[in-house]
Design a protein around this ligand. Sequence first.
Ligand SMILES: [Fe+2]
Ligand SMILES: [Fe+2]
Length: 142
Amino acid sequence: MSLLRWKDEYLTQVEEIDDQHRRLFDLVNGIYDMMRLGRGQESIVEALTELFEFTRFHFGTEEKFMADSSYQGTVPHAEEHGRLLDQIRDLRCEVRDSRIVMSMNEIYFLKDWLLVHFQGPDKGLAYHLLNRAIPHIENVGL
Ligand SMILES: [Fe+2]
Ligand SMILES: [Fe+2]
C-alpha cells in the first residue's frame, strides 16, 4: 500500500500546481516503496536526488506565478520553499554519506511537509491566482 493517497481535498484547482503536487506524491511514495522492498542505499540516494530536483523545479514554478501576479505573500512562502529544499538536500547528503539510514522518521518528514505545505501556503497562493483570474464584472445596467 502506498504511503500517500491523493485526495481531492489536496487540489488547489491550479492545474499546473496540482499536476506537480501529484508528481511529488509519486516520488515520495516511490522512496517509501524502495524502503519496504529493501532496496539499497544507492537507489534511495538516486530517488532523493530526483525528489530534490523536481521539488526545486516545482518551487520555481510557484515562485514564477508569485512574481507574475505580484503576490503579497511571496516572501514567507519562498522562505519556506528555501528551508524545505535545504532539508531535502541535507537528508540526501546524510543518507549518501551513511550518516543516517533512511527510516520511517525521514519518510514521515517528507510526507508531513508535503501535506502541510500543499494545504497551507500553496492553497493561499492558488486562491490569489484564481481570484485574480476572474474578471471583475461591473454592473453594466443590463
Ligand atoms: Fe509552495
Ligand atoms: Fe507546491
